[in-house]
Write a protein that binds this ligand. Sequence first.
Ligand SMILES: Nc1ncnc2c1ncn2[C@@H]1O[C@H](COP(=O)(O)OP(=O)(O)OP(=O)(O)O)[C@@H](O)[C@H]1O
Ligand SMILES: [Mg+2]
Length: 468
Amino acid sequence: MTPGNVFAEELEEILLRLSRGEFGVSIPDIDERTADPKLVFLTRLARTLDQRNQQRSKLEQITNNINAGFTLQDVLEKIYVEFREIVPYNRIGLALIEPQGLVRAYWARSDAGHIHLAAGFTAPLAGSSLETILQTGQPRILNDLVAYLDAKPNSHSTRLIVTEGMRSSLTCPLVVRNEPVGFLFFSSTQPNTYLSQHIEIFQQIASQLVVIVEKAKLVSDLEQSRQEIKHQNEALQRLDELKNTFIAIAAHDLRSPLSYILTSIDLITGPDAAMYRDHQTTFLEGIQRQVRHMVHLVDDLLDLGEIQSGRFKLHLQSTRLSDILEEAVRVQSQLAAAKGTHIELVMKDDGIVLIDPPRMRQLLYNLLSNAVKYSPPNSQVRMLAQRQPAGWRVEIVDQGPGIRPEDRHRLFQPYQRLSAKPTGGEKSTGLGLAICRSIIEAHAGTIGVDSLPGKGASFWFTLPDRNE
Ligand SMILES: Nc1ncnc2c1ncn2[C@@H]1O[C@H](COP(=O)(O)OP(=O)(O)OP(=O)(O)O)[C@@H](O)[C@H]1O
Ligand SMILES: [Mg+2]
């Protein structure tokens, strides 16, 4: 047998394996100038088949990944790793066409360093060179990006990828059912990288690639919608819980004052009204107290609703700290006097703070009223203000029962009435501290408590220095 025949047999065997879909088969080299033209043809055929099989296998791998639920990002990462043997590149970018006629960079990966043309970059399609590519329907090769940029200095996107170190590019349109959807950009740090054979390769895989991109995009969109729905559901669930607690509180806390009011009115207007004539003022004062309490409760519930729905806005004003603290102490001292409790204000330092005064008043009223409410009669409450390295600290110290360790984590949460109970028959709804925390956090400060059970509580908050 001649060496030519041996070679022909070997080739036949190779072609058989390739036709079964194998790839990476070793194909012997042949000197095309001297060999039998039939053998040259068969060798070329073997190489083409090998390349096709290899491409098909890569695409299959990628399609499998998509079917396994990979997102477009994941698929692109795989393409970036797997396509090297099919097309040469140092960078791959994907841009998608948006309904408004914009082209938006969706993803880019480069092994040449920093990416300047990153995801999010947009440019109008109309009038661009990408539009020309769509019109011709053909991929475009630019084998000298620096020269191209010299000729078209306004091409911002070319400037960006040249800055990244790219010197040649292959831009491939992605078209689904005659509709252009985007572009895949292969770029290389070497000039003259791309040949017409790369366009051919791309065209062979284009239709499948487009389906992959479309499908992966759908998976990504679906995942995004799923996440959005999940977040909406969680928000709805929180609102629902809030509503239930709201109803429970309203039902519980409005019911007793309302029945008190109704009973009082029944008595002073009923058949035995004459008996109660002398006590009318007492009844009316009682009714007034109950109505005040209901208004306070409804205000708190509305506040909390506003805070929790995110509609809470501050109206900041430069205010002297001592002015707002003195005012709060004055107002609360009148109420404390009924219990024989004395409130003292110690201004270690004073200065201007940027605050929302009505909100700050609300916070101070609650902290001071708590200090009075949960301490025994005839107590001392001390409010202390002092400068800190980057702001202010205000502390309200009382002589009440303090906070039990097991109660600490529930403090500052809405609707929490804890172990300490009012000592003078005051009302308690468990909303005040939750509102306080939101107010302080909106001021970029922090709120907390130091306490030893039985030795009183020290509620404190900080306010950072802020530029007006
Ligand atoms: N100074 C304090 N000492 C001891 N316990 C306190 C003190 N301040 C608050 N607490 C406990 O924390 C709970 C929550 O306080 P918060 O101010 O949020 O609500 P509240 O005072 O019960 O009602 P309101 O909504 O009218 O303020 C109180 O019920 C009380 O048990
Ligand atoms: Mg309170």
